[in-house]
Ligand binder design. Structure first.
Ligand code: ATP
Length: 485
């Protein structure tokens, strides 16, 4: 585990403000329904954000589904039979402790509030307003209001995070259904169908990525916590007794996956849960954390969940969810063949949270290189995540240069590489615009292009330019997108 790192709160807030501003300015992320004043904890992914999110999710899918023989992917319905959520424990237990601050009226989650020693005398300002009267109180519950620091708090009330709606035109209790709060359950419920139709042999996994919904009570750090978000989850089924080995495998796989794309590899770490943090059915769990501008926080949970989920769904549905291993020997009878309920390792990642992580990691400001020159903001996204891989500019809007540039863009598209034609403003401004968009390569068509069939290619990070042949352009960019081994 990495050593504890100190957070510079002010610098962190400034960095977040800059990332949020860049997201708006460059069309990555906008507040939802902005012209109506926005909607709390809801966001829209603009043209570049939609591409970035899609790329993050595609890289995950590639590494867990395409590059592995032991995992298959599904795409299940967001709405499921309500009994699913009774079996999973979400109806009874997917709740957060909600508290109101009687001093400043902030509503917050008790488990996320700043902790202080129980009984500590705390000082805060009346109403949480600047210049207000100084008040004192004892933090009897071991936490204080995250906004004003007061210990004058309401009782904790449990609040279920699932969004409820009705299937069909009648709003009756028996038509209540839920928007899924996680993608995981469909992979347990479809265990039998997937295993038998694809002839999967334990150990094997099912992967799914998609939307989840939680009626979150706290607003936190831009898209870090939103009410509608995307997850990327795996349920990896293994023989009981082998879960420790698979836990080692998945923790190292998943941290390796993030490091492949991050500029600062040490900004992710694994934090093992203490015994008293574990859910009653789990025998091990890790949080995969990133050093966000406000400090270490969760990106992904990797839990060893035993056979709890399959057993619960068997119990509630009355359908047997187990696996028959023809090659094993039954330990009780000594006969060939053994039936058992597989154990599961669940690496559960947030796709939208990963988008925020990659934006924070990539955001960089470079000072001017010469006196009187201009500095630049550059988004050093991994080329595979970058929304646009190559921008193609005609130096001027005449002499056949736009046609030549559009022709190169077409070559990129034919090769399955996202490219963009751009003729607006000066070349310098175009470079800056694409630095902020994270575009790794810019190609410029100039007068020489017509004479010798070459263009300049500029590298986003080094700003170095070289001349290459048009016929090599796709290959040069493709090679640089390669992940290597
Ligand atoms: P938290 O403690 O932050 O509420 P959690 O432990 O309940 O999160 P899980 O249920 O383990 O989260 O969900 C798995 C992953 O899904 C999280 O690690 C996170 O990346 C993502 N996630 C969960 N809730 C949200 C949310 N409201 N907005 C964005 N991503 C989320």
């Amino acid at each position: 585990m990495s050593e504890e790192r100190v957070v510079d709160k002010k610098a962190g807030e400034e960095k977040m403000a800059k990332v949020v501003s860049l997201c708006k300015r460059r069309g990555f992320i906008f507040p939802s329904s902005e012209i109506y004043g926005g909607l709390r904890s809801c966001y829209d992914y603009g043209p570049l954000g939609a591409e970035l999110k899609k790329n993050v999710m595609a890289e995950w899918w590639r590494s867990v589904v395409y590059e592995r023989e032991d995992i298959v992917g599904i795409d299940a319905s967001i709405m499921m039979h309500p009994r699913v959520w009774e079996a999973s424990g979400h109806v009874a237990g997917f709740q957060d402790p909600l508290v109101d601050c009687k001093n400043c009226k902030e509503r917050f989650r008790a488990d996320k509030a700043p902790k202080v020693e129980k009984g500590t005398e705390v000082e805060y300002v009346e109403g949480g307003k600047r210049g207000g009267k100084k008040l004192h109180g004892k933090a009897e519950r071991g936490y204080v209001c995250p906004v004003c620091g007061s210990a004058d708090l309401s009782e904790e009330r449990m609040f279920n995070l699932m969004f409820r709606t009705n299937l069909g035109p009648v709003e009756a209790a028996d038509s209540t259904i839920y928007l899924r709060p996680e993608t995981a359950q469909a992979m347990f419920v479809q265990f039998e169908n997937v295993q038998s139709t694809m002839s999967m042999k334990v150990p094997f996994g099912i992967a799914q990525a998609g939307k989840s919904f939680r009626n979150e009570v706290t607003v936190e750090h831009f898209i870090f916590r939103s009410v509608e978000f995307e997850q990327m989850e795996i349920e990896f089924f293994c023989e009981p007794g082998t879960q420790g080995t698979w836990m080692d495998h998945w923790t190292s796989e998943r941290i390796g996956w993030y490091r492949r794309y991050l500029n600062r590899k040490d900004d992710v770490r694994l934090r093992r849960h203490e015994k008293d943090e574990l859910a009653h059915y789990a025998d091990d769990c890790y949080d995969l954390e990133y050093f966000f501008p406000w400090g270490w926080d969760e990106l992904e949970g990797i839990a060893s969940r035993t056979d709890y989920d399959l057993r619960k769904h068997s119990e509630y549905s009355g359908k047997k969810l187990s696996y028959f291993d023809q090659n094993a020997t039954d330990p009780e009878t000594g006969k060939p063949g053994r039936r058992y309920v597989p154990y599961v390792i669940e690496p559960s990642a947030g796709a939208t949270r990963s988008v925020l992580m990659f934006l924070c990691d990539a955001y960089d400001e470079e000072p001017a290189t010469e006196p009187g020159g201009e500095g630049r903001v550059v988004l050093r996204l991994h080329p595979r995540l970058a929304p646009i891989k190559a921008a193609v500019f005609p130096l001027v809007k005449k002499d056949g240069l736009p046609e030549a540039a559009r022709d190169i863009v077409k070559r990129f598209f034919r090769a399955g590489i996202n490219a963009r034609y751009d003729e607006q403003h000066s070349i310098g401004k175009r470079y800056r615009r694409h630095d902020e968009a994270g575009t790794p390569y810019c190609l410029t068509i100039d007068g020489q292009t017509k004479e010798d069939g070459t263009v300049t290619i500029r590298d986003r990070d080094t700003m170095k330019q070289e001349r290459i042949r048009i016929d090599d352009a796709v290959d040069v960019v493709r090679k640089r997108l390669d992940l290597g081994a």
